[in-house]
Write a protein that binds this ligand. Structure first.
Ligand code: UDP
Length: 329
């Protein structure tokens, strides 16, 4: 009997790669997405498969899945700072109400559930690199609070279901991840810079560009999540690439990669933009035998190829997505 897995956020960047991975591993995959930030084209190739089902559903309302379920991956959430500024209430709801519904489904089905958490639970960290033991430095009422606190609540309720109901739970803290199928106009730095280079625009570095990030290629991220799901470890695990770079140096790398002669221009730093971020991945190494394999040079090359394959129309329709028709509470 094939195992059956429910993946929320299935049409999103990470969700769609996870659907591919679990199909390839011989699972039956039930994808759920309300397509606010996700894009059906990311999973269109899976529709002809017998082992793939898809439901257009908002998981902040009751989630029903008929039949047996062995595993659940909860990956539905806006994940870019610009998205969650535009749809703050949905961001809070999917992390809180959505997680509650999926934990309920896991309990009902006696399924193991893995929750997508984030390095944002560390806020603007005062400890560097960030270990899982660090409690974070988060502004509850700042613009990022809607995402950060939803994810922190998500971790709390997941641990409560684990401790109180004995549910099998896993928590992955995802650090900046990139690769094909990121939304060009989601405002995150990699699609932003590549889009700008392809359109012949200057690259917009926020602040002085000395803030750091550590970018993980999507295949590495998916491998880490896969191993964590199948492990027996229920406390949070960081999955990310520790190779840290300043945003300014990264902009210079993009200019080299794309072979363009774009200039770098500086714009205002968004409020509460973390100054540095780098995962301590000792736990993932020790418990999952995992570490990233794909270098930034390699991963960025593949990612650039993907964005180069977009049509001119897609490339120039790059203003931020209009969520107004979804803005019902
Ligand atoms: N950033 C930038 N220019 C852009 C978009 C982002 O300099 O056009 C910066 C942003 O201020 C942050 C970093 O790049 O310091 C990563 O931003 P992103 O939105 O990708 O994710 P974050 O790690 O902040 O959640």
């Amino acid at each position: 009997m094939k195992k059956r897995i429910v993946i929320t956020g299935a049409a999103g960047f990470l969700g769609s790669h996870l659907c591919d991975r679990f199909i390839a591993e011989g699972y039956r995959v039930v994808g759920i997405d309300n397509l606010i930030t996700g894009d059906i084209r990311n999973i269109e190739h899976l529709f002809p498969l017998e082992d793939f089902e898809f439901y257009n559903h908002d998981v902040t309302t009751f989630v029903h899945v008929s039949g047996n379920v062995d595993y659940i991956l909860h990956f539905a959430s806006p994940a870019s700072p610009i998205d969650y500024l535009k749809i703050p209430i949905q961001t809070l709801k999917v992390g809180s109400l959505g997680t509650h519904n999926l934990l309920g489904l896991a309990k009902e089905k006696d399924a193991r559930i893995l929750i997508a958490s984030t390095s944002e639970v560390y806020g603007d960290p005062l400890v560097h690199p960030q270990t899982e033991e660090y409690y974070g430095n988060v502004n509850t009422i700042g613009p990022r609070g809607v995402y950060d606190e939803a994810k922190r609540f998500q971790e709390s309720i997941t641990m409560a279901y684990h401790r109180f109901h004995g549910l099998e739970t896993r928590i992955v803290r995802i650090f900046n991840t990139y690769g094909p199928r990121m939304r060009l106009n989601d405002g995150r730095v990699i699609p932003a810079f590549i889009g700008q280079a392809l359109r012949g625009e200057d690259l917009t570095v926020f602040g002085d560009g000395l803030q750091t990030r550590s970018f993980c290629y999507v295949d590495d991220q998916v491998e880490g999540i896969y191993r964590l799901l199948l492990s027996d470890y229920s406390l949070p695990v960081n999955i990310g690439n520790p190779n840290e770079i300043t945003i300014l140096d990264f902009a210079k790398e993009i200019i080299k990669l794309t072979g363009t002669d774009q200039k770098i221009i500086f714009k205002e730093l968004p409020k509460d933009d973390p100054l540095q971020r780098q995962p301590d991945i000792s736990k993932a190494k020790e418990i999952l035998g995992w570490e990233p394999k794909v270098s930034r040079a390699e991963g960025m090359k593949t990612t650039y190829q993907y964005f180069k394959g977009l049509t001119q129309e897609e490339l120039f329709k790059s203003e931020h997505k209009d969520f107004s028709k979804h803005n019902r509470l």
